[in-house]
Design a protein around this ligand. Structure first.
Ligand SMILES: *[C@@H]1O[C@H](CO)[C@@H](O)[C@H](O)[C@H]1NC(C)=O
Ligand SMILES: *[C@@H]1O[C@H](CO)[C@@H](O)[C@H](O)[C@H]1NC(C)=O
Ligand SMILES: *[C@@H]1O[C@H](CO)[C@@H](O)[C@H](O)[C@H]1NC(C)=O
Ligand SMILES: *[C@@H]1O[C@H](CO)[C@@H](O)[C@H](O)[C@H]1NC(C)=O
Ligand SMILES: *[C@@H]1O[C@H](CO)[C@@H](O)[C@H](O)[C@H]1NC(C)=O
Length: 758
């Protein structure tokens, strides 16, 4: 419509210019018959040049930064953009209303079209242009589970209801593990604590028979997916998980707190749903690992899934089962279940566990929008929308409300004439609770474009579940995160206290930023594509975290409003913070990662690692003429080289950024051209830097995980493992694999150094 209308006007203009020219010429010819057409034309050209020069002389001096915005017809400067963004969120906070809307509608993974429509409509109202991205993913749908306990004589002694009653609607539903195996198994049972590798080692050392049993595992320390994997590889035929009240810290019934809804202690009837897809191996559709789940995709046999059935139970329903485990070895395991001494068993009783899942291909709907920028790079901001229950106020409702608030503020900037310098992409992922399906399929589908253009992925998940600013990030984004936090007023202490001040006070000198493991949608961006990512939220308080009801029907709006964020101030603060962060990445003319900081971090990880190399390894020859210590020294030398070039690179980037804000007169346009070119060169190098640490063959035993510096911890799933291949080879006592990984690191360091050289 627009282009038709404007070309129409243009045609008109042209013909009216021609008509005007003819009439002026006729008029002049009549009055000055001696004037030839040629002279007349020359006079016109000279007058135009004269007027042009006159104008240029008085043209204001401008900076390249400002020129960029003019070229892009953006009405706002960088400072105005940031100020007006914060203003939009300071004047109004609709996070509460957004969360209430979220809680009114269905939003199970792959479901919830009405909420999809609602979200699209909201985004349109803000002046944005949302669209749906659909992937066809292989998922399981829970049908039914039962648990029955029999005594030695085979009589049924206990058959608990597995229903969890939603405290809001009163509707009850069974808990389940997404992607769990279907099956009907009857076996004696044992208690294996957290199901960590250490716990299993302890049991094996005591000679406990683990095979052919149903393993009961308390949640925590290890991802549910890996707990089930550990059980399966130790011979379990089924798994039941539950949440032990003692893992809730301070807020427990034992410490005198009432259970929710009367108080903050966890309601012992609540059930934690989770996925058992091993996303620390590879997230996303388990039948299309490494490529997108398009409609006509050729699927492979599902990978990274357990075969054995597993279900979650509530603490109160599992208590009689645990109480039937006889006292045996002292394992030093403790907890708050009455009448159970945390022995491992086995029990004299048997459990019949039935779990029935159906596989189906489900269309998942990511909702996306883009605000096109002038420069080719992209900043991506995402949060998942789906949950495993009808509840989900904290996970992911709080993040969803925050994402919509950020979108509202972006919309208000657009209405004021803002156009970002770099494209901003915002995503509401689907299928995340089943194993980050929506984000993974998206990133696998747009891999080439993302690796060529994305400079950062900012992730939100459960945005607010407590009051502690919790940040995990790639080191390249650290200073953006710190910088942005200094610009955000903390809650309503607007002028006196910034988010940064609050952050510092509450961390009291401890590490402020951790590194990325897994458990959320950043996984594919960071670990598969090498795009610097971060995950941010207000989570458990440093000392006394509230029990969070993730995966349970008890993750309610009422809990959020009574115990966590009554005024939605933490939501509002998080919206300001993450939106501002995205703007600071988008609007900063030069991509100013602090690469030196990254190099320093790598140096630290490496030094920590070599301090635990066994002494016997130091004397072994690697190849003819080289030794372990020579190989180590070489990596150390390469790290020093990276440090040197990155110091220079960072300094150049900083100088460039300073020059880009300097005003030049128009006739020095060539300086600005040079600045623009240099900034492009620096940007291209910076954008590639994290990808230099990718290895095509993947890390040890995990071909999909490509990053040599960071990976999800192989043994716990959600924590980070630094220099994973090296660390794991060391843990496995594999000397040759260790040396091979040293060589991979050395090549990556060489690539990075070469790429940063100016
Ligand atoms: C747990 O929640 C239910 C509501 O679903 C409530 O009826 C029950 O009283 C709660 N339990 C305790 C111990 O407060
Ligand atoms: C139990 O823990 C205590 C203290 O943490 C330790 O001294 C003891 O050796 C442990 N016992 C066993 C059997 O692991
Ligand atoms: C369990 O069975 C064993 C023998 O199989 C027996 O010695 C023991 O007393 C039984 N324990 C309980 C609590 O019934
Ligand atoms: C914000 O202001 C309200 C009302 O003035 C007050 O009740 C609330 O405690 C303040 N919030 C914080 C975090 O200080
Ligand atoms: C957490 O506990 C430590 C030690 O008990 C204390 O020094 C610190 O002030 C507490 N932090 C907060 C935020 O309450």
């Amino acid at each position: 419509m627009n282009s038709v209308a404007s070309s129409h006007i243009y045609d008109n203009d042209q013909s009216s210019i021609v008509t005007a020219y003819h009439s002026i010429r006729d008029y002049v010819k009549e009055r000055y018959p001696s004037l030839t057409t040629r002279k007349f034309l020359a006079a016109i050209v000279w007058s135009i040049v004269a007027v042009g020069i006159f104008n240029l002389i008085f043209l204001p001096r401008t900076s390249l930064g400002r020129d960029y915005r003019r070229l892009h017809f953006s009405a706002l400067t960088k400072d105005e953009t940031e100020r007006l963004f914060l203003k939009a969120l300071n004047e109004e906070n609709n996070a509460g209303e957004q969360l209430r809307q979220y809680m009114k509608r269905q939003h199970l993974s792959g479901d919830g079209d009405e909420y999809v429509q609602y979200t699209m409509e909201q985004l349109r109202q803000y002046g944005l242009k949302p669209y749906k991205e659909v992937y066809y993913t292989w998922m399981t749908k829970h049908v039914e589970s039962t648990v029955s306990v029999f005594d030695e004589q085979g009589s049924l002694v206990y058959s608990p209801s597995l229903l969890e009653v939603d405290p809001v609607s009163g509707v009850s539903s069974q808990g389940y593990h997404a992607y769990s195996g279907s099956g009907d198994v009857t076996a004696p049972y044992i208690f294996v604590n957290y199901g960590s590798l250490d716990d299993y080692r302890k049991l094996r050392n005591l000679g406990v028979d683990l095979k052919g049993k149903i393993h009961i595992i308390r949640t925590g320390k290890v991802s549910t997916a890996l707990q089930v994997e550990h059980a399966e590889s130790n011979g379990a035929v089924g798994v039941i998980t539950y949440m032990d009240p003692s893992d809730d810290g301070k807020f427990t019934t034992k410490n005198g707190f009432e259970q929710y809804p009367d108080g903050p202690a966890r309601n012992t009837s609540s059930v934690k749903r989770d996925t058992v897809l091993r996303y620390s191996q590879a997230p996303g559709d388990p039948t299309t690992i490494g490529f997108p789940s398009n409609r006509a995709v050729k699927r492979r046999k599902p990978h990274n899934l357990p075969k054995i059935p597993s279900i979650p139970m509530s603490a109160d329903k599992i208590t009689p089962i645990l109480q039937r485990i006889p006292s045996s070895h002292d394992l030093n395991w403790t907890g708050d279940i009455e009448g159970f001494d945390y022995s491992c068993g086995p029990s004299n009783f048997t459990i019949n566990l039935v779990n029935h899942n159906e596989a189906e291909v489900v269309p998942l709907k990511n909702i996306m929008y883009e605000i096109p920028g002038l420069l080719s790079e992209k900043v991506i901001l995402g949060n998942h929308r789906d949950s495993l229950t009808m509840a989900g106020a904290a996970d992911p409702g709080s993040g969803t409300a925050i994402l919509l608030e950020i979108s509202r503020a972006f919309g208000s900037l657009i209405k004021l004439g803002w156009r970002p310098l770099r494209t901003i992409v915002v995503a509401s992922w689907d299928g995340s609770a089943h194993g980050m399906l929506g984000s993974t399929e998206y990133a696998e589908s747009h891999e080439v474009d993302l690796q060529a253009h994305a400079i950062a992925y900012i992730n939100l998940d459960a945005g607010v579940t407590g009051h502690n600013l919790d940040i995990v990030s790639n080191p390249l984004l650290d200073h953006f995160l710190i910088g942005a936090s200094k610009n955000i007023p903390f809650n309503n202490y607007s002028d006196t206290k910034s988010l940064f001040d609050y952050w510092e006070e509450s961390h009291l000198g401890s590490e402020k930023i951790n590194r990325l493991g897994s458990g959320s949608d950043f996984t594919v961006f960071q670990h598969h594509l090498g795009i610097p990512s971060c995950n941010v939220g207000f989570h458990g308080d440093p000392n006394d975290s509230l029990p969070v009801n993730i995966g349970s029907s008890f993750d309610t709006l009422d809990w959020m409003e009574r115990f966590v964020d009554p005024n939605y101030e933490y939501h509002g603060t998080m919206a300001k913070y993450l939106g501002f962060l995205a703007l600071s990445l988008s609007e900063h003319e030069v991509i100013e990662y602090k690469v030196e900081h990254y190099a320093h971090e790598i140096k630290g990880y490496f030094n920590d690692l070599i301090s635990i190399i066994p002494s016997s390894w130091w004397d072994r020859d690697v190849e003819r003429g080289t030794s372990m210590s020579l190989a180590i020294d070489q990596v150390k030398y390469l790290i020093e080289q990276l440090l040197t070039v990155s110091t220079n690179f960072d300094r150049t980037a900083q100088l460039l950024q300073e020059q880009i804000s300097v005003d030049y007169p128009w006739f020095q346009f060539y300086i600005k051209l040079r600045l623009a070119m240099n900034s492009k060169i620096i940007g291209n190098k910076a954008k590639d830097i994290d990808q230099m640490f990718l290895t095509n063959k993947g890390i040890k035993g995990r071909p999909w995980m490509k990053h040599l510096v960071f990976a999800p911890d192989r043994d716990t799933g959600d924590d980070v493992s630094l220099l994973p291949s090296l660390r794991e080879s060391l843990a496995d006592g594999e000397f040759d694999a260790f040396i091979a990984s040293l060589q991979d690191i050395a090549s990556a360091l060489r690539r990075a150094t070469k790429r940063l050289r100016l």
